[in-house]
Design a protein around this ligand. Structure first.
Ligand code: NAD
Length: 291
């Protein structure tokens, strides 16, 4: 069993970007600038946005964090996004999800200009991804693809079972794994909360991507020997032994599943850091595309 070390691969990816940014500076060119919008004060969202801003600093990108109160109107938020769309110095815009209930995710996503949509959620970019065209790929699936590529995992012809069909993880993941590329060329089964025979499907999988948000859901009896298991889940579970008062749990019962796998991602230190590295790659691309 080999651990897919997301921390290690994300560090290497960020190092590559750091060198490229230094080159831009040497050439007197503009460095990438990411604007991140955080609405309200959800603890997990604070952590994620903080990590994204920190990654920008490490690499040498500019970043602007816009904190807005949870009560902000949808209209006001959309007008802030419009201003960022029109700001020539901003290359990438991300709005941390989830948003308060009175704000439509869909309207927010559709308002970000596709050329600055570094999360890859805008329908134009999703459409391009489906057609295999050059675009921004949603950061979590993109990060997973980068990790598969880094470890030279041969996915061709393998049966991949993706658990979860969200627009940000499961659905794009299923599309990328089925694309005619390497990594890719998988036969994909996408599953969700209404899937009847999930355990059996998983037992037949060469690759399992667990993205359902239910801690330790995937057990050893659902995994065949030698499978590749990618754990996307991150759930905060109360843990009084931790200073923070919680532990982070993946969707896979790592202790019992890991011994059966050929490759597995840990939580934390697997998909999470790769998501950030992929976002940084998208931000760099947004800047280059403009120049
Ligand atoms: P979501 O709630 O939007 O979607 C969950 C999906 O799982 C749904 O499609 C649902 O149908 C499916 N599902 C729920 N119960 C199921 C069951 N019993 N069997 C099969 N399918 C079931 O969640 P999301 O935004 O896709 O996130 C999933 C998990 O990934 C969460 O824990 C989230 O925190 C985590 N996440 C991690 C990263 C990262 O960077 N590591 C990024 C995004 C999301």
């Amino acid at each position: 069993m080999q651990i897919l070390d997301g921390l290690l691969v994300s560090r290497a990816t960020k190092e590559e970007l750091k060198i490229k940014v230094a080159q831009l500076v040497t050439e007197g060119k503009k460095v990438p600038h990411l604007a991140a919008i955080l609405v309200g004060n959800n603890g997990a969202s604070e952590t994620y946005v903080g990590a994204k801003v920190k990654a920008c600093e490490e690499i040498g990108f500019k970043s602007t964090l816009i904190r807005l109160e949870a009560e902000i109107s949808e209209f006001k938020l959309l007008s802030i996004i419009e201003d960022l769309n029109n700001d020539l110095d901003i290359d990438g815009i991300l709005v941390q999800l989830p948003l308060p209930k009175h704000i439509s995710d869909e309207k927010v996503i559709n308002t970000i200009h596709p050329s600055k949509d570094v999360d890859g959620f805008h329908p134009v970019n999703v459409g391009k991804m489906v057609q295999g065209l050059d675009t921004f790929i949603p950061a979590t699936p993109y990060g997973i693809m980068l990790m598969l590529e880094h470890y030279k995992i041969d996915t061709k012809g393998k049966h991949a079972v993706v658990i979860g069909r969200s627009n940000i993880v499961g659905r794009p993941m299923s599309i990328l794994l089925s694309q005619a590329a390497n990594p890719g060329n998988c036969t994909v089964t996408i599953t969700h909360s209404h899937t009847h025979n999930l355990e059996e499907l998983c037992r037949n999988a060469d690759i399992i991507v667990a993205a359902l948000g239910k801690p330790e859901f995937v057990k050893a009896n659902m995994v065949k020997d030698g499978a590749i298991v990618i754990d996307v889940g991150i759930t905060r579970v109360a843990d009084s032994s931790k200073k923070s008062g919680f532990a982070l749990k993946g969707d896979v019962d790592f202790k019992e599943v890991a011994p059966k796998c050929s490759f597995i991602t840990p939580v934390p230190g697997g998909v999470g850091p790769m998501t950030i590295a992929a976002l940084m790659k998208n931000t760099y691309k947004a800047c280059l595309d403009k120049n």
